[in-house]
Design a protein around this ligand. Structure first.
Ligand code: ASP
Length: 444
């Protein structure tokens, strides 16, 4: 019998999780049951993925760079990656702004709804903690991001997933130095990292065996812990605009893939779909990164020299879905709360700050909402309305976060294909299974 493909298994897990979570909102004990007995399985899965992120970046980036043979190629890959990331992000924000201005989701929101939403959420700890975080980020100077990228302690950098850019910096530095000491001398170290890389990719395969069950737990928990659904209905038009924009981004990626790399876009979307489904279930492109890397390298055929750099960098700085959402959310907040701010110059400012904000957003759930405050601040949005603006979009933030994370991950995968094609590093897929070498370690 043909084995069922992974994305179908994950999809079935997701649907069952949604249904189960929904059913559990009925009995009095349901929500607590999900939180005590179901949620931990999802959390363990996300932890396992995060656990291997740093070793994977380290091993694969060192392997990627030390395979290069020619350092100037790395410069080419680097510059192209950053250039294309900026391009796709600007496209995303522009699509978001066009849609929100044409469809005007803010117009249907009554004062009553605003009052109800701000009553429910303005002093909610979710909103206030996001505001606090945003204020902290705001205090930093313009070159802070460069300063933050350089670690003063390699081990400390590797001890925290949020410091991914520091790990990338250290690894590139080390990889280039390995090239400079010559192949012969670097060989033992290279072999070590090559083996580590294979081991970590095998760990991804093993973790993915549990993905269909884990997404069940993750989604059951999202549904069972969600709040009042009446208010969701009021925000349906706004959410619809964001989702439509995100969908158009996926279409844009498909066009990019088919025109530039000449690959079938449906094949691309099918091969990357397990990563997309995990992005949706975890709302975190950082947690999804190991799976994105595995899919792009083994199932799409992007060479490690490209993917090992483009994908980890993309997970931290390229967030097309997040920037599109920021454009829509900022204008939506203006339409409802501050219509006098709706001038063309503010929309241009939104393009620039949403671009920077998406670079600065962490690849974790809800990060986009924190950076939204920075976007609002740049256009002179009245600070006393910040909590109300956040309250306005808070109710639908989680589902939208899940959707925009799909776009964040798909964008990274697309750019890795485009960059790979441009430097002649887009080859044939070579998928590996978790049990490829099983017979070697099991006695008959
Ligand atoms: N959750 C998103 C990510 O990890 C970031 C965000 O938009 O909040 O990619």
């Amino acid at each position: 019998m043909r084995k069922m493909e992974l994305h179908w298994k994950i999809l079935i897990g997701m649907v069952l999780g949604l249904v189960f979570g929904f059913v559990m909102t009925y009995p009095d004990w349901g929500r607590e049951f999900v939180s005590d007995w179901i949620k931990p399985w999802g959390t363990i899965f996300v932890k396992l993925l995060k656990l291997i992120a740093i070793p994977l970046i380290l091993a694969s980036l060192i392997k990627g760079i030390s395979d290069l043979k020619d350092i100037s190629k790395f410069k080419r890959i680097g510059l192209r990656t950053i250039g294309i990331y900026v391009f796709t992000t600007v496209v995303a924000i522009t699509i978001g702004l066009l849609l929100v201005n044409v469809l005007q989701p803010g117009n249907g929101i009554s004062e009553d709804t605003v009052a109800k939403l701000s009553e429910t959420y303005a002093s909610d700890s979710g909103v206030t903690s996001k505001l606090d975080e945003a204020l902290k980020q705001k205090e930093s100077g313009p070159l802070q991001f460069l300063e933050d990228m350089v670690p003063d302690n390699a081990v400390k950098a590797m001890s925290e997933n949020a410091l991914m850019l520091q790990v990338i910096f250290f690894t590139i530095f080390m990889g280039i130095s390995m090239l400079l000491i010559g192949e012969e001398r670097a060989r033992p170290l290279k072999q070590l990292f090559d083996a580590l890389n294979e081991v970590v990719l095998k760990m991804v395969d093993l973790i993915m065996l549990t993905a269909p069950y884990a997404v069940f737990a993750l989604l059951a928990n999202v549904v069972a812990s969600s709040g009042d659904s009446d208010l969701l209905v009021a925000l349906l038009k706004y959410a619809g605009v964001v989702v439509l924009g995100l969908f158009l981004m996926i279409v844009f990626y498909a066009i990019l893939v088919s025109t530039y790399t000449q690959k079938n876009p449906f094949w691309f979307l099918k091969e990357i779909s397990p990563a997309q489904l995990l992005a949706f279930s975890t709302s975190s492109s950082a947690a999804t990164l190991p799976v994105t890397m595995e899919r792009v390298e083994e199932h799409i055929g992007v060479d490690k020299e490209v993917s090992s750099f483009v994908l980890p960098v993309g997970a931290t700085i390229n967030m097309d879905g997040t920037s599109l959402y920021q454009g829509v959310a900022a204008v939506f907040a203006m339409q409802v709360l501050w219509p006098e701010g709706l001038v063309f110059s503010n929309q241009i400012i939104i393009v620039l700050t949403a671009l920077l904000a998406s670079i600065g957003s962490a690849a974790v759930p809800g990060a986009g909402m924190v950076m939204l405050v920075i976007v609002l601040e740049s256009i002179g949005f009245p600070p006393n309305l910040y909590p109300i603006a956040l309250a306005l979009i808070f109710a639908v933030d989680r589902p939208l976060d899940m959707c925009r994370t799909i776009v964040n991950v798909t964008g990274d995968a697309t750019v890795s294909m485009v960059v790979a094609k441009s430097v002649g590093k887009l080859g044939e897929p070579h998928p590996k299974e978790w049990d490829d070498h099983l017979e070697e370690v099991i006695s008959k």
